[in-house]
Design a protein around this ligand. Structure first.
Ligand code: NAD
Length: 520
């Protein structure tokens, strides 16, 4: 890239696709003020109208699935099936869920009053305004689409910056929103790299929804803090998979295979660390290696490949450095550990060894087709090892003993635990997605995720206008007023005799209070 253009090439073939002009940073103030204007009108549209347009968008995703998948495969290098299943289908499911559930979730919600029975409270949800969505390149459709759909459903406008590695799908997303009938300017795609991302923050969006690396997440949070802009951070992972002694080996190795190598391992929730009970580790490793060798790797255009290319050139340097360190320290590469001759594909890699837990390849995010395997003797040791990470996105447990897996799940330090499944719950719109520790904070998807896109206002009123009176704690502060409150405390005691004993004094002071101490 130069300062003002991006050249997009297919990472699986090297073929140049297009050169794009970046959005000039001095165009951003205009983009934001246009978005604000459009958003003010959009916030007044009915929920029915918003849902209608989201369902139009879903129709376009179905009609145009082939061309959308082609853009994804071409600029990201993933197999077409991964574009279909993991991005387009998951997006369709997400639009279906939020158009059905969103209106109720965003309606006013009553809060039953515990004490003040003469009053009532409810929560009113209202839009944040113009929000910013900044996305990575690994799932360049699925990652932002949830934020865009939830964002507009909640009445916001969105300024969206796709990754500079995969901007074409970003342009396509804006086109699809406009074709679906959303007003122009409600979703605006901005093209550029980190400098453009940083310039977006200077426009003071109402909130920043960021998905990407820990390093960038920290920069964004620092910049946002200058303007007190709230941030949602969905960052990296080094997700563990625990394989218990009783696990079905065929099932466990297939789960590890897809969990570690789908999307060429360029998944935040990829299985990167496998913790196998020592009694089954040898059989597990050899079966996993056997299955790994059957995987087909190549450009999407060449048909039914299982693994695509490595999308981002710089990521290859990270793989090389982790592999080099592991080799130099005597790690055992069961398979893989090297690139294809044209360096576009990293062979699916399984690494283990006595000192694996000391190596970067086991501890730092790889974000590629690499799994590092270690062993454990007891459940406690497995939990301790799984939690020994700076990240906390997802973990999986493979076993026939579901109750034991649930016990383990409750002890794991992460946002999601899948039992006898791996990775895929970011594709379930009804469940919350997000992590802890260096993985960041805030939730995507589910009711919790939807509420990230609204201001929540508490409205408190009398149940009837006639029940408007001066509250007993108002001025002036007087002796019977004080005594009433002192007696009230007694009603909260555990002991029933003491509660009952307080009632005569409470009533006597209450009457004296109302008779003799009018509120001013
Ligand atoms: P990245 O942090 O390099 O870039 C992400 C986005 O941030 C890009 O659009 C980039 O242009 C922008 N950006 C860079 N510097 C910026 C700045 N100073 N201000 C504003 N924006 C800036 O990440 P990446 O390489 O695109 O993605 C890979 C990372 O994303 C991995 O660590 C992966 O684990 C993580 N990820 C996390 C999730 C999750 O849900 N937790 C999902 C997908 C990917």
């Amino acid at each position: 890239m130069t300062n003002d253009t991006l050249t997009i090439s297919n990472p699986a073939t090297g073929t140049k696709i297009q050169t794009l002009s970046c959005t000039p940073t001095d165009a951003l103030p205009g983009i934001f003020s246009q978005a604000k204007r459009v958003q003010s009108a959009w916030a007044k549209t009915s929920m029915k109208e918003r849902v209608r347009l989201i369902l139009n968008l879903r129709e376009l995703f179905i009609d145009q699935a082939d061309s959308i998948a082609k853009i994804l495969s071409d600029e990201n290098g993933k197999p077409e099936f991964e574009a279909f299943a993991n991005e387009i289908f998951a997006s369709i499911e997400l639009m279906t869920y939020f158009s059905a559930k969103g209106p109720d979730l965003l309606a006013d919600h009553e809060i039953p009053m515990a004490l003040m029975k003469h009053r009532e409270s409810y929560l009113h949800h209202w839009p944040l305004g113009v929000i910013a969505v900044i996305s990575p390149w690994n799932y360049p459709l699925l990652m932002p689409i949830g934020e865009l759909v939830m964002g507009v459903l909640a009445g916001n406008a969105v300024v969206f910056k796709p990754s500079e590695i995969t901007p074409l799908i970003g342009i396509e997303i804006q086109r699809l929103f406009e074709q679906a009938g959303f007003p122009k300017g409600l979703v605006t795609t901005v093209i550029g790299d980190g400098r453009t991302g940083a310039a977006i923050i200077e426009q003071r969006p109402a909130k920043i929804f960021f998905t990407g690396s820990v390093a960038t997440g920290k920069k964004i949070m620092r910049a946002a803090s200058d303007h007190l802009i709230p941030v949602n951070l969905e960052l990296g992972g080094k997700d563990p998979m625990i394989v218990l002694e009783d696990a079905d080996l065929d099932y466990a190795t297939s789960a590890a295979l897809w969990g570690g190598f789908s999307n060429s391992g360029q998944v935040c929730a990829s299985v990167e660390r496998i913790l196998v009970h020592e009694s089954i580790s040898q059989k597990f490793n050899s079966l996993l290696a056997e299955k790994t060798k059957t995987l087909r790797q190549g450009p999407a255009a060449l048909g039914n490949n299982d693994l695509g290319a490595i999308t981002f050139e710089k990521q290859k340097d990270l793989y090389e450095s982790q592999i080099k360190e592991a080799k130099s320290k005597g790690a055992h590469f069961i398979c893989g550990g090297e690139f294809s001759a044209d360096r576009r594909f990293l062979r699916p890699t399984i690494v283990t060894g006595a000192n694996i837990e000391d190596l970067e390849i086991y501890n730092e995010e790889t974000f590629g087709p690499v799994v590092a395997i270690t062993t454990f003797k007891t459940v406690d040791e497995a939990v301790e090892k799984a939690n020994h990470s700076k990240y906390g996105l997802l973990a999986s447990v493979i076993t026939k003993n579901i109750p034991l897996a649930e016990e383990i799940a409750k002890r794991l330090e992460c946002g999601t635990v899948t039992i006898n499944e791996v990775v895929y719950t970011a594709g379930l719109p009804e469940t919350p997605w997000g992590g802890m520790k260096d993985t960041g904070f805030g939730k995507k998807h589910s009711a919790q995720g939807l509420y990230e896109f609204v201001n929540v206002k508490h409205i408190h009123k009398p149940i009837h206008g006639a029940l408007t009176f001066k509250s007993p704690w108002w001025f002036p502060y007087t002796p019977h007023q004080r005594a009433v409150f002192k007696h009230l405390f007694e009603l909260y005691r555990k002991n029933w005799f003491k509660k009952l004993a307080a009632i005569p004094g409470l009533l006597w002071n209450l009457i004296a209070f109302y008779k003799n101490e009018p509120r001013i």
